[in-house]
Design a protein around this ligand. Structure first.
Ligand code: NAI
Length: 313
């Protein structure tokens, strides 16, 4: 069976996918519309792999040099995708572009190749209805930075072959990610539906003046988020009572009456945007965003190491 993976688009996410597939020895071929991007992707990937190895963070059993040897670039889309077991598309989030790129892939890839998109927002049906191999389309939505945050949402279009979604899940498990398989496409998939539920409530609480920006973020980072890094919300309820049935008996009225107090949906527009931005920029000035991102990635690295060490016990 082919061990070839085609990566289409070699920006931030394409590079991460290339490293993830190479960590178990897939032969990765990177294509980009901009030849310079391919060159810089290869330099960047080699540096990232070396740094991961130096810091003892490299995934897989191959060393950095062996993993890098699994990755090459090409200026030919056909060379990248033909007879690949899976093509991971990582071009910018633009629907017309995704439709065009998938059509070009469809014209040259074989019928056995999985068509996997990294899109964060588009339903797979929106960019695959015109493909001859549309039964092979699936979204594999990663969370940034994918090397440390392993979740991948696998989302089928209505016409996706179930076997394709299953095989994609198996490949994601093989490379060490944590796939979840949606049974059908829904706007926002699941990560963003949960994220937006939380964001809408933070918006309303700030709007009501209940908490300021700094304190509302602490509710997650030093409160709920601490346990959600290890247990999901449902298992949390199960442990917070004598099992889920007991939890529902004890708390269903409370959940219902508090939830009825939620405000109607608002658009994120108007003076509150400036107010929240002002408070956030006081905490993290715009010129310090990159520094803070590096700190976040370091924190996520340490968290993922801790989670792995806990699993081993
Ligand atoms: P990016 O802008 O860093 O990279 C996109 C790459 O695609 C560039 O190298 C560009 O030259 C290339 N490209 C443009 N048109 C092309 C074409 N016709 N054929 C081949 N390559 C082409 O974008 P990024 O951040 O890597 O995002 C890629 C996808 O991943 C998007 O769909 C995005 O929504 C999704 N995603 C991004 C996340 C993030 O945090 N950045 C997280 C999860 C998903």
């Amino acid at each position: 069976m082919s061990r070839k993976i085609g990566i289409v688009g070699s920006g931030l996410i394409g590079r991460s996918w290339a490293m993830l597939f190479a960590n178990v020895g897939y032969q990765v071929v990177i294509y980009d519309i901009e030849p310079k991007q391919i060159e810089s992707a290869l330099v960047d990937i080699e540096q990232q792999l070396k740094k991961l190895e130096e810091n003892g963070l490299l995934r897989g059993t191959l060393n950095a040099e062996q993993q890098f040897a699994c990755i090459r670039g090409t200026n030919s889309l056909e060379e990248a995708v033909k007879d690949a077991v899976l093509v991971q598309e990582c071009v910018p989030e633009n629907l017309e572009l995704k439709r065009k790129v998938w059509k070009s892939v469809d014209d040259v890839a074989g019928p056995a190749t999985i068509f996997s998109s990294s899109t964060s927002t588009f339903l797979p049906s929106l960019f695959s209805d015109h493909l001859k191999n549309k039964q092979n389309i699936v979204v594999s939505h990663p969370v940034n930075p994918p090397y440390y945050v392993p979740l991948v949402e696998i989302v089928p279009a209505p016409w996706t072959d179930l076997a394709v979604a299953k095989k994609t899940r198996a490949i994601m498990e093989e490379i060490g990610q944590t796939p979840v398989s949606l049974s059908k496409e829904v706007p926002g998939f699941v990560v963003n539906r949960l994220q937006y539920a939380l964001l809408n409530e933070t918006w309303n609480l700030v709007s009501d003046g209940v908490l300021d920006v700094q304190d509302i973020d602490k509710v997650m980072s030093d409160g709920l988020g601490m346990r959600y890094a290890f247990l999901g919300p449902l298992e949390t309820t199960h442990l917070n009572a004598e099992g889920f049935i007991d939890y529902c008996k004890k708390y269903s009225n409370t959940i219902y009456s508090v939830s009825k107090d939620f405000k109607p949906l608002e658009k994120w527009e108007g003076p509150q945007v400036d107010e929240i931005a002002k408070q956030l920029e006081k905490l993290v000035p715009l010129e310090k965003l990159q520094e803070r991102r590096s700190w976040r990635d370091l924190a996520l690295t340490k968290l993922s190491q801790l989670k792995k060490s806990l699993q081993k016990k």
